[in-house]
Each structure stands twice: as C-alpha cells, then as structure tokens.
Design a binder for this molecule. Structure first.
Ligand code: NAI
Length: 622
C-alpha cells in the first residue's frame, strides 16, 4: 500500500561488516536487475507511491516505466544521504535515460522527484490515472517502442573531453555540502560517472562505502530519526486549532509551520505591527513552499492574526513564545487558563525556564508541557518534549503526537536547566566567546567548527539565535550548572547589538540580513580552538546523560543532530565519544583543565562507561 518499493531495509546494513560481502550482495542485486533487463520481451514498471533506491533501480531495469497520477508518488536515489551510492546498476542505467546532468543531480543530492517531474526528466514514460494503468501498461508492452533515451543534447556533458570539466563544475557545490573527508559518497558518484564505471566497479565502490564510518553514522542518525517519527505517530493529539502567543522570531515561525501542515492557527501578539510582519512572512513562505495559488490561499485562510486573543476559546493547543522571563510567562498562563476549555493542552516554547516555575501559575499544571522548537523552525526537525514534574502522561502523549503531525521529531527530555540541546550547546558557545575575548578572530573560530563538521560556527549561531536569548539562557544556566557568563556577551547585549535581527552582533549584517565579511583575523596558532570547543560540548553531553536529562546515549545523539545539525557523519556526540574512546577524552579534559581552568573538569559520567550503552532510544522516558 505504501508504494512500489521504498528501497533497502536500512537495518540490514548494520549487520554487514565485510566490504567484500557488501560487494557480493550488490552484485546479487545487479544480477536480478540484469535478468529483468535481459528478458527476450519488453517489461514495464507500474509505479505508485515510493519508488526509491533499489526500488527505482529495479524500475530502471525495465523497458518502460509508468507512474500513477498521484501526488504521493516519489521517485529518487537517496543513497548518498546514507553515505553510499546506488549499487544495483543505477549509476549505469540512469544517465542514458535522463541525461547526465539530471542523473548527477539526482544521485548527488539524493532528492526525490514527483511523478510530474519524473515525466519531464524522462525518468518515467507516462503518467496515467489509476483506472487506466493496466490498459496503458498493455499498450506500452505491445507498442514495440524502443527503450527511451535522453535526447542527444542532454548527453553532451557525458562526452569524454567534457567530463572532467563537468566534475569541476559540480565540485564546489558538493564540497560546500559534503567535504570529501566527511562524506565520501557523492565524490564516488562523481568518480564513477567520470570513469563511465561498469556495474562491477559500482558494486566494488558500494561495498567499501557501506562499511565506512561515515555511512555507519549516517545510518545510525537516519534510524534515530525514524524511531522519533514512529513515536510522533503512535498516539492521538486531538488538535485542530492551535493558538500561538508571541509573534517574534519563534512564535511566528511555529504558527506558520503549523498552518502549512494543515492546522487552523491563530497568532497573538501585543503589537499589531509584529502581527502584520508575521502575515507577510507567512504569505511569502506559503508561496515558496506550496506554489499553487489555491493552496497558498487555503493556507492563508487557516492562518489568523489575533491581537485580542479570541482564538483562545476555540484552541485545542496553546503554544506560548513570548519573552524569556518567568514573570510575564506566569502572568500570561494565569490569564490563558481562565479563557481556554478544560481539555486544551498548554505548551511553552521556553528555552531554559524550568516548567515547574511557569506551571506554578496554573490551577492544573498537569496540562502544561514544554514544546521546545529550534531556530529556524522550518529547518530544524527536532522538538524537545519537556516533561515538568507535574506534566501528565496524557499531555505529553498529545504533545508528541502533535509534533509528529507537523512532521517534526519529538524527543522526550526532563525539565532541567537548558533541557538537552541548549545545555550541551551553551558551554560550547561560551567557550567560543572566551576565545574571542582572548583575541582569536571570529571567522577563525567559526571556521574551526565548520571544519569539524558543524553546519555553522558558534559565533554565527549565537548571532542567528539572538545574543539576548543566548545571554538569558546563559544566565539561567550559570547558577545550577556553574557556567560562567562571558563579559563580552553582556557588553554586546548592553549596546543593543543582538545579532542578525538588529544588524549587528559579533558580525555585522547588511539590510538584507546578509553577513558582511569582517576584517581578516590575526590567528592564534597555539590555541587549540577545535579541541576546546568540542571537548566542552562532549563533557556537557556526558553530564546530561549522567543526570538523566534524556533516557539514553542515542537520545543525546538524536537531539544534537536533529536540533543543532551536529556533524551527522560523526553520528552525534555519543557516537563520536564511542569512536574516540572514553579514556582519551577524559585525559584531554584533564590536560585542558590544568591549562585553562576548572570548566574543563571531566564530568563524573566519564567513569561510568555503562552510560554509553546504546539502546536506540529506550522506551523509558527520562
Ligand atoms: P522575540 O522577542 O522575537 O518575540 C517575543 C514576542 O512576544 C514579541 O513579538 C512580543 O511583542 C511578544 N510578547 C511579549 N509579551 C507578550 C504578551 N504578554 N502577549 C502577547 N505577546 C507578547 O522572542 P523569541 O526569540 O521568539 O523567543 C520567544 C520564546 O521562544 C522565548 O521563550 C525563547 O526562549 C524561546 N526560544 C527562542 C529561540 C530562538 O532561537 N530565538 C529558540 C527556541 C526557543
């Protein structure tokens, strides 16, 4: 029912440890496809729903491909996302069918295409409504038409003298997303294509990649995401109408996202101009995502600005995203509780305030949970489901289900300072600011982090989140977690330099929010920048695990990869710790603590190796 073939069972990959065996298995797949391709009569693949990876490779071995006219039909070769490439001759059969550039694009990005786009590319021969499928298949089989071939001009980039040039054109784009040391798979795709590789070479290369560290970790991350998705599906949320309060950076984005995903949304703010800005943003966002004017209009109809808070009476879920201060939040929830219906679920997007403190304002604190989204909402898939001491199981289950319904990943965390992700991130950000105070250039710091594999550097991240938010989180965490708040951060916030949103933070931004290049740095060559940043992060990750903020090591990995983009090829902080070895890390922490002070003192968790045992997100909540 879910489609044609959605590809391999990824769980099987983890059981294959020998590259030779992996190559043999790919060859078996190739043989099956070759038998299909070599039949003495034509064959047709009739495709509906998912047709991915090995599934598409099987379809490619047929003479013809028909796709059911249906918005759910998706075709693609997403292998690179798991650190591998096609292994059932897909890299050989795709280019002649759709042309070299389209084939490279599909294999390098792993993106999936709709039936309509597949038709345009020549990946399928025809799109047919369900009721005509059999008839169309028969017609194709009897037609005697030759197998489709891309027109000559789409094969020009594959001419031998041009191939090296084409690879050179693709390389910068690939390098930006996938540096070769971290993500070898797309580079292998380019190699195979340039060399016009045979099926045998494809299988050989796949065998090596399948057992590589990069692929192992990407598979680990993928499976964690699947597990979180499953959790978001297993209960009922009973939500039709969402009321969001606070239309700032986060509130507006949460409201817009929920409306995009089909919910009726009212968005409240004290200031009409902020609501107007949110409406404009919503329209632009819906247009870019939905394209069709009717769908855009429908989404706008679901999205209501609500200065007075009329939506509260009808809301099934209220999400608060106002300033990060306890008193205003309490005050607000006191009023909200008076207006909503008894079954309405209440949620706060607070980044750092313990739920119990906010819940103290409520007559029934069991209905309050944390729904902690990450910035930007449209890109970061994670939502921390924060369990306060009084949150009821039912409230938590509904929050998880709602998160799943808006296609985000719910991760259970205990209400404790900074929850999981911000707590782990904060020492890393603070260390970055300390490096600035020591005179290290901001671009040098950011570059060290991106070279390690982070999607953006800590300084740029702080600027994007907002230095005021960073400061209030740092202050909230400073006492319970003994984290120091750097003066530099206070200074910038004091001057009103709050980051991207005010046009200046550590960096300067132009009117369109683009970062201006700062003057070149004087580099501090003898300072171990990457080590200092990363070890503070790992030490805090270990502290969270020991303190039971989440249920197990896998939850730490899932949180950091899906909430911050932590280097997916490393599998998350805990997988990275596993690969480096606990002893080595605690050794380095000791050394740094002697040189730089007690903030590097190894957490007690380093001497409890059992903590690292993986459970693929054990079912016990934290
Ligand atoms: P913001 O300052 O951009 O927006 C807050 C909005 O709330 C403003 O538009 C303000 O007019 C409105 N507001 C304040 N009091 C109100 C009230 N009583 N009734 C109605 N509207 C009111 O703040 P931002 O960054 O969106 O943060 C909101 C919450 O989300 C905070 O709790 C923050 O910790 C949390 N958060 C922020 C993240 C970030 O990256 N900025 C990430 C995750 C959570």
């Amino acid at each position: 029912a879910s489609g044609f073939i959605a590809g391999a069972d990824v769980r099987e990959f983890e059981r294959i440890t020998d590259p030779v065996r992996a190559t043999e298995l790919a060859q078996l797949g190739q043989q099956v496809c070759a038998r299909l391709a070599g039949l003495p009569f034509p064959s047709v693949a009739v495709i509906h729903g998912f047709c991915l990876g090995g599934g598409l490779e099987l379809a490619l071995a047929c003479t013809y491909r028909l796709a059911r006219e249906d918005s759910a039909t998706r075709l693609g070769l997403p292998e690179v996302r798991l650190g591998i490439h096609p292994g059932f001759a897909g890299s050989v059969r795709l280019p002649p069918l759709v042309g070299d550039l389209a084939a490279l694009d599909m294999m390098l990005t792993g993106r999936t295409v709709s039936a309509r786009e597949a038709r345009r590319l020549g990946l399928v021969d025809e799109i047919v409504p369900e009721r005509h499928l059999l008839h169309a298949a028969e017609t194709f089989l009897k037609s005697g038409k030759p197998r489709r071939k891309a027109p000559w001009y789409r094969q020009v980039p594959g001419w031998k003298p041009l191939r090296t040039l084409v690879v050179r054109l693709f390389a910068p784009r690939v390098r930006r997303k996938a540096p070769p040391d971290h993500y070898p798979a797309p580079w292998r795709v380019l190699d195979l294509w340039r060399e016009r590789a045979t099926e045998e070479q494809e299988a050989q290369s796949l065998g090596e990649l399948l057992v590589s560290r990069s692929s192992r970790n990407l598979v680990h991350v993928f499976l964690l995401g699947e597990e979180l998705k499953r959790r978001g599906k297993s209960q009922a949320h009973g939500v039709e109408h969402v009321h969001v309060i606070g239309a700032g950076v986060m509130g507006a984005d949460i409201a817009i996202w929920a409306a995009l995903k089909g919910f009726r949304v009212s968005l409240q703010d004290q200031k009409p101009e902020i609501l107007a800005r949110a409406m404009k943003k919503a329209h632009g966002f819906f247009k870019s995502k939905l394209k069709e004017p009717r769908a855009v209009q429908e989404a706008m109809d679901r999205f209501m600005p609500d200065l007075e808070g009329h939506g509260l009476k009808r809301a099934d879920l209220v999400i608060e995203a106002i300033v990060e201060q306890v008193e205003p939040k309490r005050e607000l929830f006191r009023l909200v509780e008076q207006k909503v219906r008894p079954q309405t679920l209440l949620a706060t997007n607070t980044s750092s305030i313990p739920l119990e403190e906010i819940g103290a304002a409520l007559k029934d604190p069991s209905r309050l949970v944390g729904l902690h989204f990450f910035n930007p909402v449209a890109q970061m898939q994670l939502v921390e489901i924060v369990r306060g001491a009084q949150s009821s199981e039912e409230s938590l289950a509904r929050a998880r289900a709602f998160t799943g319904a808006i296609e985000r990943l719910p991760l259970d965390v205990k209400s404790s300072p900074g929850f999981l992700v911000n707590r782990i991130l904060m020492p890393y950000l603070i260390e970055a600011v300390k490096l600035v105070e020591e005179g290290v250039g901001i671009t040098t710091i950011d570059q060290a982090a991106t070279e390690f594999g982070m999607p953006m550097g800590p300084i740029e991240l702080a600027d994007s989140v907002g230095l005021d938010i960073c400061l209030s989180v740092a202050e909230e965490l400073s006492e319970p977690l003994h984290m120091e708040v750097p003066d530099k951060l206070r200074e910038l916030v004091g001057q009103g330099h709050l980051g991207r949103k005010t046009g200046q933070g550590f960096y300067r931004y132009n009117a369109r929010g683009r970062r201006e290049s700062p003057p070149p740095d004087k580099t501090a060559a003898d300072i171990p920048i990457t080590e200092r940043l990363v070890l503070r992060l790992l030490n805090e990750a270990m502290a969270c695990l020991r303190a039971g903020v989440v249920a197990d090591a896998d939850a730490v990995d899932a949180g950091m990869v899906y909430g911050t983009g932590f280097a997916p090829f490393l599998g998350g902080p805990m997988s990275y710790i596993d690969s480096l070895g606990v002893t080595g890390i605690s050794h380095s922490l000791h050394r740094l603590s002697q040189e730089y002070g007690p903030r590097f003192k190894p957490d007690a968790g380093w001497s409890q190796p059992e903590l690292l045992q993986r459970h693929r997100l054990s079912s016990n909540p934290p």
